[in-house]
Design a protein around this ligand. Sequence first.
Ligand SMILES: C[S@@+](CC[C@H](N)C(=O)[O-])C[C@H]1O[C@@H](n2cnc3c(N)ncnc32)[C@H](O)[C@@H]1O
Length: 269
Amino acid sequence: MPDVFANITKVPSEMLDVIASVLETRAAMPSQQDMISSYLGEIDFPEKSRVLEVGCGTGPICRALVSIPNINQVIGIDPSEHLLSKARELSEGHKGISYQEGDGRKLDFEDSSFDAVILHTTLTHVPGPEEILSEVRRLLKPGGWLGVCDGDFDTATLRLSNSDLLQACCESFVENFVNDRYLVRKMSTLVQGAGFEVQPLKSYGLVETLAPGLTLSWIDRGADALVQKGTISSELGEALKKEGRKRAEQGGFFGYMAYASLIARAPTQ
Ligand SMILES: C[S@@+](CC[C@H](N)C(=O)[O-])C[C@H]1O[C@@H](n2cnc3c(N)ncnc32)[C@H](O)[C@@H]1O
């Protein structure tokens, strides 16, 4: 099954509601908030900046961006009207944000019309990341900033031992929800290849032990995909989910993934 995010306009609304809730849960995690403010803090936004987020989902990054003093206008783009309507609801009261439906590979904005563009956990999900980066390069003003942050999905783990069956759910989650699990490892080359001046990659960790949320959701989403494909029975799927909840309630749960960020600039001329 291909990455659901890459086919987001075909995803049923019940699953989009789950995705919306997972995106907001993740964005609310203190370690993710630290990561987001750390890499956004590396960007020297010019006064009255106009900033674009490509693949904004429910808009947590747009909301974070608009609270940065030098930023006047934030536009969030996403192909999913369902996620955009949640984003609009959640952004009520945040002045300066607007959302538009669009595909990051072909956007309807003028050349050199943004001071900064952010790609937060989008590039791993879209077939054709080169097309997005070339479009972003077109939209940025000379010297404009690009901030990219994504999960290094090949590091995703729930494993407590070599034979831990929960790892099969984790693998299934990566297989069904990620287009390129190795994208982070190619990120510098891809961004440089699109004509940007890149800074070194920075690494962060997401770990959950007590009260897991995001990594616990990998079990449900991974197990459901295995059952849907007929790889395991629905009874085994339920048993794996129960084991995940048991570890979460009784202690002993471990969920981890590394993230990485990259800051780059469009050449000044
Ligand atoms: C993992 S979500 C990240 C959402 C948001 N940036 C965040 O961090 O909460 C990936 C997003 O990419 C969007 N997406 C998928 N294909 C896209 C495309 N071709 N162009 C732009 N966004 C796309 C999906 O709809 C989804 O909202």
